[in-house]
Design a binder for this molecule. Structure first.
Ligand code: COA
Length: 173
């Protein structure tokens, strides 16, 4: 474990938004693209805090929309680091929604966003601090992140399927 390794809890980020008329589609529901923008902001804040550097979004994966979010709903986005690789970092996002006057919120979305940290001078990718997973959930997300990484690199053409060791082991289980 490197000296710069950081616990996940140090960069956990929560963001609240109220769905306004300008955020909705003609059906009165939050537009998916607006939710993605908020998720990008929340996860970008989380990634930059962990990395102590400017970051750029390099991949958005497994974004699910399980139910519509309505005009006037309160949207809470929670972002946490799962694992750092070399210059990139994976963030897990969960979205919870409730009516303005409701007490309980329901989970409406989740996704994994990947960011790359940039060196401020060269604007080239720079090495990011390692992650210290502490809870059982954090350890599970940490362990599985290596498989998700290979899958996204294969799907984006950055890795040959024959080089994907961990995900092949996982699929053969
Ligand atoms: C992110 C960026 C700097 C990477 O540049 P690059 O020359 O591809 O750099 P590398 O090949 O060294 O990759 C850097 C890291 O990104 C990762 N990466 C590259 N493409 C990826 C993809 N599609 N999915 C996941 N990770 C990816 C690499 O695995 C590497 O991570 P690692 O060091 O942890 O192994 C460059 O692609 C870029 O500027 N993209 C645009 C980012 C942006 O503007 N985002 C906002 C969108 S509007």
């Amino acid at each position: 474990m490197s000296k710069t390794a950081k616990p996940i809890k140090d960069s956990k980020t929560e963001m609240n938004e109220l769905v306004m008329p300008n955020d909705t589609n003609p059906l009165g529901n939050l537009m998916g693209g607006n939710l993605m923008r908020w998720m990008d902001i929340a996860s970008g804040i989380c990634a930059a805090k962990h990395c102590g550097a400017h970051v750029v979004t390099v991949s958005v994966d497994h974004l699910t929309f399980s139910e519509p979010i309505k005009l006037g709903d309160v949207v809470t986005i929670r972002a946490e680091v799962t694992r750092a690789f070399n210059t990139s970092i994976e963030i897990f996002l969960e979205v919870f929604t409730r009516g303005m006057l409701e007490e309980n919120s329901r989970k409406s979305n989740q996704a994994f966003f990947t960011f790359v940290a940039l060196d401020e001078r060269s604007m080239r990718p720079k090495v990011v601090p390692e992650v210290i997973p502490e809870t059982e959930e954090e350890k599970k997300l940490f362990d599985e992140a290596i498989i998700r990484r290979e899958m996204r690199l294969v799907l984006s053409g950055k890795m040959k399927p024959s080089e994907a060791k961990f995900s092949m082991d996982f699929l053969n289980q």
